[in-house]
Design a protein around this ligand. Structure first.
Ligand SMILES: [Ca+2]
Length: 420
């Protein structure tokens, strides 16, 4: 788009490259040069990790009067909306909580709950604090308590991997929140699909990193329906309809959907094909191209075989991914930390390093209501020749050039008119 002439020269070459990949003659340099050239930010940081979060664990010592403890992203007193980053039942025991929070966050709150689920108070602590003893620590109780909500991240995908796309990261937009039940063996994931800016069929699942299929007792839908319920076509990407499936190397995978368009539109055309309009990425509806639909939400309760597994499922181990077809092969697009974890399809055939260009086809924003770009608008661009910065989040390109800087770029939409 940005470099039309170059694109056309290279597309022809690249088609050859991708095909020859199977013959193990993949031209790594040509491929990465192409991706680099098409990527919307020049001078990309070559050690970029695309990570806007940080993780740690903390040990809590609690008296028997405390049933559970929570790590909150702010104080629930004073009427502000805060999220539950971790929760654990203690009943007088020592408990260790693992959590993942936005990297820009420094201060957290530990909340204590009574056996009937009431907030007994909070105490603030700094990230990296290793332990808190609630048998000696005073709790602060305020007024105007606002019930904390489950921690929620936004996952945004490009559909064209291994080729560069337009990097509007709205081809699939998922919001995933993590919650708890009375059982310390369970974690509840609520998945909300907000947009399908893709033109082709996209399947999706959640890879639970570091957790094996055999570590999970069951995955049940406890609210909403199977996302692709009544899918009328043969399954091409995820053959099973079970909510818990086994990855190629025994990984635990939550099966979300076979076809994202079906999830939001549930529509089959008179010629028998699935309707493939872009959904919720344009403010203007265009016949047979752009439409809007209500988001679809499904809640999965995951029961682990051990408490430790359940406690350990922090957001940095939740790796939702999409499956899409390019050039006759099915590719998986994962969060950057797990870019090369081809859990359902043998994509790379041991040749992962050839695709190691530091570009991500998925952006994870540690925020529940992050606004994504409208159709065709990349998150942020930087042209080193003209010095021009453009896009809805102008600091996105600064972050891409130096991942130690501007890791709050998503908080500041500089051109909100370019967002959905
Ligand atoms: Ca796109």
């Amino acid at each position: 788009m940005r470099h039309c002439k170059y694109t056309w020269l290279l597309v022809a070459t690249l088609l050859g490259i991708i095909t020859s990949c199977e013959k193990e003659q993949f031209d790594k340099e040509a491929y990465n040069e192409y991706v680099d050239y098409e990527f919307m930010v020049d001078n990309m940081d070559r050690s970029h990790d695309w990570n806007l979060t940080k993780s740690d664990t903390i040990t809590i010592i609690a008296p028997a009067t405390i049933k559970a403890v929570q790590i909150l992203t702010g104080t629930p007193y004073g009427g502000n909306e805060v999220e539950i980053a971790a929760e654990g039942v203690c009943y007088g025991d020592e408990t260790t909580l693992a959590y993942t929070i936005p990297s820009i966050q420094t201060k957290l709150y530990l909340a204590a709950l009574s056996p009937d689920g009431k907030y007994l108070g909070v105490t603030p602590f700094d990230f990296k604090t290793k332990s808190i003893d609630l048998t000696t620590q005073q709790l602060y109780i305020g007024t105007n308590l606002k019930e904390p909500t489950p921690q929620t991240f936004t996952y945004l995908y490009e559909e064209d991997f291994p080729l560069p796309g337009d990097f509007d990261y709205n081809d699939i937009v998922l919001r995933i929140s993590k919650d708890y039940t009375e059982s310390s063996y369970q974690v509840v994931l609520t998945v909300k699909m907000d947009a399908v800016g893709a033109a082709k069929q996209i399947a999706g699942g959640i890879h639970l990193a570091g957790i094996q299929y055999d570590d999970v007792a069951k995955v049940e839908i406890i609210s909403g329906e199977q996302m692709d319920k009544n899918y009328p076509m043969p399954r091409r990407y995820i053959s099973s309809e079970e909510s818990l499936i086994k990855g190629r190397n025994g990984e635990a995978v939550v099966n979300l959907f076979e076809d994202a368009h079906w999830v939001l539109l549930k529509n089959k055309n008179t010629n028998g094909s699935i309707t493939r309009m872009r959904v919720n990425t344009s403010h203007t509806e265009i016949e047979n191209q752009m439409t809007t639909a209500t988001s679809v939400t499904t809640t999965y309760c995951i029961t682990f075989k051990t408490r430790e597994m359940a406690r350990g499922l922090t957001f940095d181990r939740i790796d939702p991914f999409i499956l899409e077809e390019y050039n006759g092969s099915v590719w998986e697009v994962h969060t950057y930390a797990y870019k090369f974890n081809d859990v359902l399809k043998d994509i790379f055939r041991g040749n992962q390093s050839a695709y190691d260009n530091h570009v991500s086809w998925c952006v994870v924003v540690p925020e529940k209501d992050f606004r994504y770009p409208i159709e065709g608008m990349s998150l942020g661009t930087y042209n080193s020749k003209s010095g021009e910065i453009f896009g809805p989040y102008s600091n996105f390109s600064n972050w891409i050039q130096n991942h130690f800087s501007y890791n709050d770029w998503y908080k500041n939409a500089t051109r909100p008119q370019l967002l959905y």
